[in-house]
Design a binder for this molecule. Structure first.
Ligand code: UDX
Length: 459
């Protein structure tokens, strides 16, 4: 089939690449000249495992093309996916201006019947707005060309994007016509071969399903983070509790890890947006507000732990804190809503300096921090190390922020010999206290047995 994807961001690029890889002729459109030029040369602007070779393979085969031309993109296909950004507005609600602008262009330029598929995460009712926008543009031209609008939210995770798209748990399709549903079934058949993954519903239910999924995931994490505090205080270990409850198939093993709070481009934004959608309809989503409140507090936890370790935030002045990991999770360079930023801001405000290492996200982090604090302040206070080892040299303590594979089994004896205060704060519970004890290191995790939880510990 001929497919166009409008928007070459994370979702758009992955979707375009995967549809091309199963034999479709795909055109991927973006307004950003530089991005399209880079993609056309074979440069992939995001860090996503295995994406670059698959883009290249399909680009060279001529099945995947990139363009900034509206006319080319809209003329190419019978199916057009909208995968443009829906950034949060000041009050947290999703801004759908880019979605509606794309709908207007489609209405102005389309010459044949079209299936317009919305992949962006959008407020409930957006499919209806897209339909009205395209219809108005067609009416303005005085033409009547049939079209359908479908809602097909995307559930891929960064770092696992190709795998998630190629082998999805489910394919949600909100459609109001049997024809649209039929085309979508055919399009997704290669990704749904062995099991029936297709879940058909109305467009509004599909739009809400996306928010509901991310809100549920966020709520599980906040629940575990809150329980972790209790576990630590009671002398229990949240990691044991996680294994114990995860064995119940009604609960399931995934998304139960306590840590330093959820971040990234979706969970925080979608929780805020769903709260706003409900508020507009006079509903106060109590559980989701609590989810957000717990997460906001959780992102400050490591700073509080460091402050109490050194006997008060003022004692952090002049300290050097090593950070392993900056990205909001491993296998991505994405720094959007990354908990590391909350920690770095607080450390700089307290007069500490930071030595940070991340395998891929340092460039993004530097850009954000320079924009916030200025070049000079950033250079004086944050060192972006080129290795995990360089980050800990002459540091007082180490904070594990992102659980990249390469941080899982460090040389603890080396850490004990180089960290001036001989302490490790594990924001992801990946280390074993007994091993660190044996190496002569003080250890604090999140909700682990014997966590001191705020009691001053630095001798
Ligand atoms: C999420 C959804 O998982 C995905 O389905 C949707 O399409 C987009 O949003 P993503 O943002 O890529 O994907 O990351 P995800 O793996 O879900 O992690 C989100 C955040 O939760 C990260 O900050 C992660 O560290 C945190 N997390 C995850 C936990 O703190 N504990 C867990 O057990 C799992």
């Amino acid at each position: 089939m001929n497919i166009t994807i409008i928007g070459a961001g994370y979702v758009g690029l992955v979707v375009a690449t995967c549809f091309a890889d199963v034999g479709n002729e795909v055109v991927c459109h973006d307004l950003d000249d530089d991005k399209i030029a880079r993609l056309s040369r074979g440069e992939v602007p995001i860090h996503e495992p295995n994406l670059a070779p698959v883009v290249t393979r399909n680009r060279l085969a001529g099945r995947l093309r990139f363009t900034t031309s509206d006319a080319l993109a809209i003329g190419h296909a019978g199916i057009i996916f909208l995968a443009v950004g829906t950034p949060p507005e000041g009050d947290g609600s999703a801004d759908i201006d880019h979605v509606l602008a794309a709908a207007r262009s489609i209405g102005r330029l389309m010459e044949r019947p079209l299936l317009i598929v919305n992949k962006s995460t959008v407020p409930v009712g957006t499919a209806d707005q897209v339909r009205a926008t395209v219809a108005a543009a067609l009416a303005g031209r005085g033409v009547d060309i049939p079209f359908d609008v479908v809602s097909n939210p995307e559930f891929l995770k960064e770092g696992m994007a190709l795998q998630d798209f190629m082998k999805p748990d489910r394919i949600i399709v909100g459609a109001e016509s049997a024809h649209a549903l039929g085309v979508m079934r055919q399009l997704y058949a290669p990704f749904s071969r062995n099991h029936e993954k297709f879940v058909a519903m109305g467009t509004r239910s599909a739009e809400l399903t996306k928010y509901a999924a991310n809100a549920m995931l966020a709520t599980r994490i906040s629940f575990m983070n809150e329980l972790a505090h209790l576990a630590g205080q009671l002398g229990a270990d949240i990691e044991a509790v996680r294994l114990g409850i995860g064995a119940d198939p009604r609960i399931g093993r995934q998304f139960l890890s306590a840590g330093i709070g959820y971040g990234g481009s979706c969970l925080p934004k979608d929780v805020r947006a769903l709260i706003r959608i409900a508020a507009r309809h006079g509903q106060h989503l109590r559980i989701l507000r609590a989810t957000q409140e717990v997460n906001d507090a959780q992102q400050h936890l490591l700073f509080e732990r460091l402050a109490s370790y050194f006997n008060g935030a003022s004692a952090l002045r002049g300290r050097s804190i090593a950070l392993w990991g900056l990205a909001f999770k491993p296998d991505t360079d994405d720094m959007r809503d990354a908990p590391s930023l909350v920690l770095i801001r607080a450390l700089l405000a307290a007069g500490a300096t930071v030595r940070a290492y991340d395998p891929v996200a340092s460039g993004q982090a530097r850009r954000l921090l320079v924009a916030e604090h200025g070049e000079a302040r950033c250079a004086a206070s944050v060192l972006f190390a080129s290795s995990a080892q360089e980050a800990v040299e002459q540091a007082d303590v180490l904070v594990l922020v992102t659980e990249w594979q390469e941080f899982r089994s460090p040389d603890f004896r080396y850490l004990a010999s180089t960290l001036r205060a001989k302490a490790v704060f594990d924001g992801r519970n990946i280390y074993d206290r007994a091993v660190l004890d044996a190496a002569g290191l003080y250890y604090e995790g999140i909700g682990r047995t014997d966590d001191r939880q705020g009691r001053a510990a630095h001798p």
